[in-house]
Design a protein around this ligand. Structure first.
Ligand code: SIN
Ligand code: FE2
Length: 228
């Protein structure tokens, strides 16, 4: 736990921290936009409510999720996948707000992945004790594009490991407004979130929200029938 704080502090505020080749933590990259990003999250959640998905193994996830964009990530007893329609509402996922697209693109550009055009944004909501075990984001067809992750609200400990689940993961404290980008040789790196410590944030109360931007379809325009 201390090592992650040390890494961030020694790099100075606002300077990017290299987590691995192709993987960057950008402290405060979205700092000034946090209130407007949170307002957009709540608007998405009005149309597509947060819900606790069930894993293929039958466990209920502690993190509540929703999506925006032409595709949304879901899990149920049949597996993990992207869907154009929200199974909860039977409607398409809400469109990705323009400010989300712009931020994701700016963060990717700054990290050496120009022209990022995400077609999916998974929105996670962590309450006290919610966690995300080490996993890979590998349900996307386009593995050339990076993942861009934006932290909002309460701080969390981000675990960033290697290409194998067993590899030792480094730990990094993520604050509201921090952005992490991973792609290239780190695109399939294992990562996760340690159980969220209880707290009270001025804008999000007991919650941490996280946006992860993904490019699912390889073709421009989000491919096969997907539309905004
Ligand atoms: C994720 O791995 O999808 C989310 C990571 C995070 O919440 O920071
Ligand atoms: Fe992930």
């Amino acid at each position: 736990m201390m090592a992650d704080l040390f890494d961030t502090l020694t790099s100075g505020p606002g300077e990017a921290v290299a987590l691995a080749p192709g993987a960057w933590l950008r402290p405060g990259f979205a700092g000034g936009e946090v209130p407007s990003l949170l307002a957009a999250v709540l608007a998405v959640a009005e149309a597509a409510p947060f819900r606790h998905l069930v894993t293929p193994g039958g466990a209920t996830m502690s993190v509540a999720m929703t999506n925006c964009g032409s595709l949304g990530w879901i899990s149920d007893r049949r597996g993990y996948r992207y869907e154009q329609v929200d199974p909860l509402t039977s409607r398409r996922w809400p469109a990705m707000p323009e400010r989300f697209l712009q931020l994701a693109r700016r963060a990717a550009d700054a990290s050496g992945f120009p022209g990022f055009a995400p077609d999916a944004c998974l929105i996670n909501r962590y309450g006290p004790g919610s966690k995300l075990s080490l996993h890979q984001d590998r349900d996307e067809l386009d593995l050339d594009a990076p993942i861009v992750s934006v932290s909002l609200g309460l701080p969390a400990v981000f675990m960033f490991g290697g290409q194998a689940r067993g590899a030792c993961a480094s730990r990094h404290r993520l604050q509201s407004g921090d952005v992490v980008v991973w792609g290239g040789v780190s695109r399939l790196a294992f990562h996760g979130i340690a159980p969220l410590a209880a707290g009270a944030h001025g804008l999000t109360g007991e919650f941490r929200y996280n946006l992860t931007f993904r490019k699912v379809m390889s073709e421009p325009g989000a491919g096969a029938g997907a539309q905004r």
